[in-house]
Design a protein around this ligand. Structure first.
Ligand SMILES: Cc1ncc(COP(=O)(O)O)c(C=O)c1O
Length: 332
């Protein structure tokens, strides 16, 4: 694999830590040793996984002469927050199209990420109903901005295209090097599976370096078959782009859909348990929409002996904690 063929902005400033979580592991009966890859500590306003993807996507935008970024996400989108934050640093305009997936969930003066959109001076936000054609909406806005003399660049939802996923191929390489340096032999990594770029990138990276580490994705909205297909399509294209030898086997992509609950962003009891347990044992914050549900999945997999006893298992913490402040009632 050759990742240096793609331009990037060097947003990372070094690897994020891999930490042991001994108190958390003990609270789960000590069946496995949980380690946490702290991508919640990545640079960019309030951290999180999108910085790795935007490192490549915004470099492409700048190379193409853009002065304006357009992107989209749900009303409490971490991706929108991080895209805006990097646009601020690059002195580019940033416009957001927000999808109201749960009717009535958008509040103009809402807390969490929504508060941060306004604080960081978003150029415009437009709220559209759930199920809208988000790419179509962004293209419409791009045409309007072009007519005003701007040079807009569209980043898809979650920055989940080949360039964005490449950020997580790089993360897999980073993890392998750190595990070697810290002398931690892991068997498994658990990752979120949403817009698919994180999962696809890690799966391609772990396969491409021949790591033998099993990658398990926990869905945050879609059913297993639909999500596995989405992830595989992106992983296949990403593997080709970064130069993985041979064809990525379909079996490299595994998703679990049992932890979504009633739907995307809707709280579950197991998410609340996971968020509280990690906060109370390791003082690490998860979020209610992504990392909390992913950790709920991992806890359940530990309890049901999905991982071999005594092994080391890595949880990829993708951030999102600003959304906690939009859900304080859920934790009362
Ligand atoms: C905090 C957090 N974790 C995980 C994800 C899911 O990552 P992906 O969209 O790459 O599947 C997201 C997506 O927005 C997120 O905000």
């Amino acid at each position: 694999m050759n990742l240096t063929q793609f331009p990037r902005r060097n947003y990372l400033q070094g690897p994020t830590p891999i930490e042991a979580a001994p108190r958390f592991s003990k609270a789960l009966g000590g069946k496995v040793n949980v380690f946490i890859k702290r991508d919640d500590l990545l640079p960019g306003c309030a951290g999180g996984n999108k910085t790795r993807k935007l490192d490549f996507c915004i470099a492409d935008a700048i190379e193409k002469g853009a002065d304006t970024i357009i992107t989209c996400g749900p009303v409490q989108s971490n991706h929108c927050r991080l895209t805006l934050s990097w646009a601020v640093k690059e002195e580019m305009d940033c416009h957001l199209i927000l999808e109201e997936r749960v009717p009535g969930s958008y509040k103009e003066d809402g807390s969490g990420n929504n508060f941060l959109f306004n604080l960081m001076g978003v150029k415009s936000t437009q709220v559209v109903p759930g199920g809208s054609d988000m790419m179509g909406e962004m293209e419409k806005l791009a045409k309007e901005l072009e007519a005003q003399g701007k040079k807009p660049y569209i980043i898809p939802g979650g920055a989940s295209n080949v360039l964005g996923a490449t950020g997580y191929v790089a993360c897999a390489q980073e993890i392998q090097q750190q595990l070697f340096q810290q002398n931690i032999n892991i068997t498994d990594i658990v990752v979120p599976s949403g817009s698919a770029g994180t999962h696809a990138g890690v799966a391609v990276g772990m396969y491409g370096i021949n790591s033998g580490i099993r990658v398990s994705g926990i869905n945050v909205s879609k059913p297993k078959d639909v999500q596995e297909e989405n992830v595989y399509k992106l992983a296949y294209e990403t593997a080709k782009a970064v130069g993985v030898c041979g064809e990525l086997p379909r079996g490299e992509i595994t998703c679990f859909d049992g932890y979504v609950g009633a739907g995307y962003s809707l709280p579950t009891d197991s998410m609340v348990e996971a968020v509280k347990l990690l906060a109370r044992t390791e003082a690490i914050l998860l979020d209610p929409v992504y990392s909390g549900k992913v950790m709920a999945g991992m806890i359940d997999l530990i309890r049901n002996d999905y991982f071999a006893p005594g092994t080391n298992v890595l949880f990829l913490h993708t951030g999102g904690s600003p959304a906690l402040y939009a859900y304080t009632d859920t934790f009362k």
